[in-house]
Design a protein around this ligand. Structure first.
Ligand code: G1P
Length: 909
């Protein structure tokens, strides 16, 4: 059954893989979920958890350490006629083999998008089991299908017992009243299994009557129901027993019948099936359904739908097809493993849409929902894969912006459902206003839909005013909307998306610290830079906002040109943020106190309802003001923040700490030099770094931050100091998370920034190191995909849910394969390196663009390098394409006329 231990092998072209003895790797888990709300994690030994939301955990919540500690996993026990007991989850197995005998079970995990198979064989008992787990797309049930096979030469008599502990309550109750909440449990045995309907749910919103039904049901392959039940922990493990050696199994207790009700106990879905005799090589299959239902009708519908084995195969295929079809981007390079890796990377954004940032074992924080930043970045990849819904999402998300440029930080279920902050703390992440523009910019480039700028949406309003600096105690507002009053009435104010963008980026520009760069406030992208709110400055995001202002000017100019817009109407108060900008300020940056004053005045003006007055500004004037702001800021940053070293090093400072000192510097004793990656990324991306400076940044990053074996570019050098005047990150061990780990998201953005500026080889280096580290299972210890970060040993941490995946996919499409949107047209300009082509010089991508599907083939017969080759010939479905400056443009009106499926051929030479 088993090949070499611990090696991932892909088994098809859809990312599915297998790995033997996966259980020998700690911390491994795999996601399986549907679209209805139920989401699970599953380990090689069937551990992990399952939940709908924070209040509705079906299985006991687990954090990574529980994965090897908890023994109350999903399980399925076999009691054999010779008295042997075997668990299909590996619970009964010896953990070690010595060199003479192989006592350890043989095991193999096979998995693909949202399905997981755990195969296990015991050669002493000569029995094999395969457990297939998946969640149907439209139903809150985790299906566990268990097939047992007799691999001995004789018939075997077996008693099968499924045992799934049912937690059935809020994750909070793990520590907060675990015991008291078990007293709320009302457990009933139905003829198909065990249900738990707690009388109440205890949570922060108070004690509410509960309607939810948690259940474990089972059938054999002839649709027979279980023979008896162990519905409680007491009855299943027995007095003095444990989930490792449940007495009911080992002592073959009889169990109780259907129709029994037990109250106030910890519950188990313990289902004892009829004893069976399996002839040699014969097999039997059992279905175990683990789920949550709103009422008995829903539960009965689940029974009707899932009780037949035949139907189950169809259900399994439906799940596989559904998720496979979701990933509609496909890469072909010379490296098959890379192409399969990209499938997982492309799938990861769906996982984050489903799981948010809270519901997998490493992600043991938060209470569900996604943060503001993650929400916008996830849209980036969905623009390629689920473009139809993205416009709606973008429009609704702008409704979370406050009139002072800050925003609600947590996004609840459904569109436009914003929560200021879970704990009522007015915290401002100064990078938040940066992301919406980035996402909208990509959206407009892809779609040409400049009209989205004219959509009118409300602003978010709550008691938090003055950019999080004041709480208006008098404030009462039931709908969290910004109001406007004129002489006659007070109504909800709706402004254009263009206006929202201006509010966000202009306010950001004025919120400066002592060095005239932007204040760090609660933190920026790096959540762990959270201890410098008074004096800290994020120079990193100053570069970023400078870039935004420049690009925003460009976007407005293009929009006005296409729609012949001469002037733009904005609410009157916003004028305050524009008035001071004139050509005079181009070479003389506005001073700190003037900026602060302007922002203060503006904040006062928009504290309550808007005045109801408006002003018009000519497009050319607005564009020119934004450009001036961008240029003066760029100049200031370029002159002031560049750091140099003795041997020609050069890079940009990223932060000022709360003591008003620079976070980064060159030290003559070079081991003390401090460098961070974030500032470099945004200085390059935001157009602050010149090409010459980029060259220096790259060699400095290579010198101070790069470590190939652990994924490439680390976030920072070791400061060897618990810098409590900058952030908690310095309390983390060096090499963990935000303190100097190879943090995939920032490393990918570094690559993207480099590609954008024409540094393909340098960008590739970062992408490639991340890929190599992810896929080297012997060090990364993760299933395929990109983790949030790599620790100092190269172990992949926090797999699956990371913004790095969206950015990786985006970079591969728009930069490496060079398929960009430009005002809705398709622009083709590849930057593939020669080693990315196969032996015949071919590389391919297929993707959707403007509602049509394209297979795009590049041929590099002479194996020239990126930067050396040019496009020498190109065809769209056999029609010659015109080449301009080694680029191709396929106009939207041409695309609109195309059939659904298209081929583009591009010869490079
Ligand atoms: C995670 C968070 C993200 C934050 C980052 C750094 O990143 O989700 O909001 O900016 O940590 O603190 P991710 O790996 O999801 O990109």
């Amino acid at each position: 059954m088993v090949n070499s231990t611990g090696k991932i092998e892909f088994i098809d072209d859809m990312g599915s893989f297998k790995i033997s003895k996966a259980e020998d790797t700690s911390y491994l888990y795999f996601p399986i979920a549907g679209e209805k709300g139920l989401k699970s994690s599953i380990t090689p030994n069937l551990g992990g958890d399952s939940m709908i939301d924070q209040e509705t955990f079906l299985l006991e919540p687990v954090s990574v350490e529980n994965l090897h500690n908890n023994k109350n996993t999903r399980n399925f026990w076999l009691y054999m006629d010779n008295g042997d007991v075997w668990s299909v989850a590996g619970t009964s197995a010896e953990q070690e083999s010595n060199k003479y005998t192989s006592l350890q079970d043989d095991s193999l995990v096979t998995a693909g998008f949202m399905w997981h198979k755990a195969l296990r064989a015991n050669y002493k008992s000569k029995i094999l089991a395969e457990v297939t787990s998946f969640v149907p797309v439209d139903c809150n049930v985790e299906v566990m299908s268990v097939t047992i096979k007799n691999i001995s030469s004789k018939a075997k008599t077996i008693v099968p017992i499924a045992a799934i502990p049912i937690y059935g309550r809020s994750a909070d109750n793990l520590r907060d009243h675990r015991n008291v909440t078990s007293m709320l449990h009302q457990i009933t045995t139905l003829k198909e299994g065990v249900i738990v309907k707690p009388t109440m749910s205890f949570d922060e919103k108070g004690h509410r009557l509960n309607e939810k039904i948690y259940y474990v049901l089972g059938f054999d392959n002839n649709e027979n129901i279980p023979e008896s039940f162990f519905p409680t922990v007491d009855s299943f493990i027995g007095e003095g027993g444990s989930f490792l050696k449940p007495r009911s199994v080992y002592r073959q207790e009889p169990g109780c019948g259907a129709g029994i009700k037990i109250c106030g106990k910890e519950a188990v879905g313990g289902l004892k099936f009829e004893k069976i005799t399996l002839p040699k090589n014969a097999e039997a299959t059992y279905t175990v359904l683990i789920g949550v239902a709103e009422n008995m009708d829903e539960l009965n519908a689940v029974i009707d739908r899932f009780n037949s084995i035949k139907g189950m195969e169809e259900e399994f295929d439906l799940v596989r097809d559904y998720w496979k079809n979701k990933v509609n981007v496909d890469f072909y390079t010379g490296d098959k493993a890379f192409d399969e890796f990209m499938r997982w990377v492309s799938f990861q954004p769906f996982l984050r849409r489903v799981y948010g940032c809270s519901f997998l074992p490493y992600h043991d924080y938060g209470r569900g929902g996604r943060g503001w930043r993650d929400l916008w970045q996830d849209c980036l990849s969905l623009l390629f894969m689920e473009p139809d819904d993205v416009r709606k999402m973008i429009v609704a998300n702008f409704g979370g912006v406050r009139i002072d440029g800050t925003n609600a930080t947590i996004i609840g279920e459904g569109l436009g459902n914003f929560i200021a902050d879970r704990n009522g703390i007015a915290r401002v992440w100064m990078d938040h206003a940066y992301w919406p523009f980035k996402t909208l910019d990509l959206y407009i480039k892809q779609s040409g839909d400049y009209q989205i700028l004219e959509e009118c949406v409300p602003y978010f309003k709550d008691a938090i005013v003055h950019r999080g600096n004041l709480v208006d105690k008098e404030f009462e507002n039931i709908d969290n909307k910004q109001y406007i009053s004129d002489k006659r009435k007070t109504t909800v104010y709706k402004g254009t998306i263009l206006e929202h963008l201006l509010v966000q980026n202009l306010c950001a520009f004025y919120e400066v610290g002592e060095h005239n760069t932007l204040r760090l406030r609660g933190a920026d992208w790096n959540d762990a830079l959270d201890m410098a709110s008074e004096n800290g400055e994020s120079v990193a995001f100053s570069y970023a906002y400078a870039g935004n202002l420049r690009e925003l000017a460009k976007m407005i100019e293009e929009y006005a040109k296409i729609y012949d817009v001469k002037s733009i109407t904005l609410f009157k108060e916003l004028k305050k943020l524009l008035d001071h900008i004139s050509v005079d300020t181009l070479n003389k940056p506005i001073g700190v106190s003037t900026k602060k004053n302007i922002l203060k005045k503006y904040s006062e003006m928009v504290e309550g309802n808007l005045s109801g007055h408006f002003f018009d500004i000519e497009v050319h004037e607005l564009v020119s003001k934004l450009s001036i702001m961008a240029e003066q800021f760029t100049k200031l940053l370029r002159d002031q923040e560049w750091i140099t070293g003795d041997s020609g090093q050069g890079w940009f400072n990223s932060y000022y700490d709360n003591s008003k000192n620079r976070a980064e510097y060159y030290d003559e004793d070079d081991t003390k030099t401090r460098m961070m990656l974030t500032g470099q990324v945004f200085a390059i991306m935001g157009g602050v770094a010149t090409d010459e400076q980029i060259g220096k940044i790259v060699s400095s990053a290579d010198r101070y931050l790069y470590k190939e074996k652990i994924g490439g570019y680390r976030l920072n050098t070791d400061f060897k100091e618990i810098k409590n005047d900058l952030g908690r990150m310095f309390g983390f061990a060096y090499g963990e998370k935000e303190n100097g780990a190879v943090f995939s998201h920032m490393s990918v953005m570094y690559a993207k920034a480099l590609y954008e500026r024409g540094f393909a080889k340098e960008g590739f280096k970062s992408l490639n190191s991340l890929y190599n580290a992810s896929m080297d299972f012997s060090t990364s210890h993760i299933y395929p995909g990109i983790p949030e970060y790599f620790d100092i040993t190269g172990r992949g941490k926090y797999p699956y849910l990371t913004g790095a995946a969206s950015w990786y996919l985006l970079t591969m499409i728009t930069e490496v394969f060079g398929i960009k949107g430009e005002a809705g047209n398709m622009l083709i300009s590849p930057a593939l390196l020669k080693k990315q082509f196969d032996k015949e010089g071919i590389a391919r991508i297929s993707l959707n663009f403007a509602g049509k599907h394209f297979n795009i083939t590049y041929e590099n017969k002479t194996f020239k390098e990126s930067g050396e080759y040019k496009i020498i010939e190109a065809r769209l479905n056999e029609n010659e394409l015109a080449i301009k400056d080694s680029k191709l443009i396929i106009y939207r009106k041409v695309i609109d006329e195309l059939d659904a499926d298209n081929n583009i051929f591009v010869a490079l030479g």
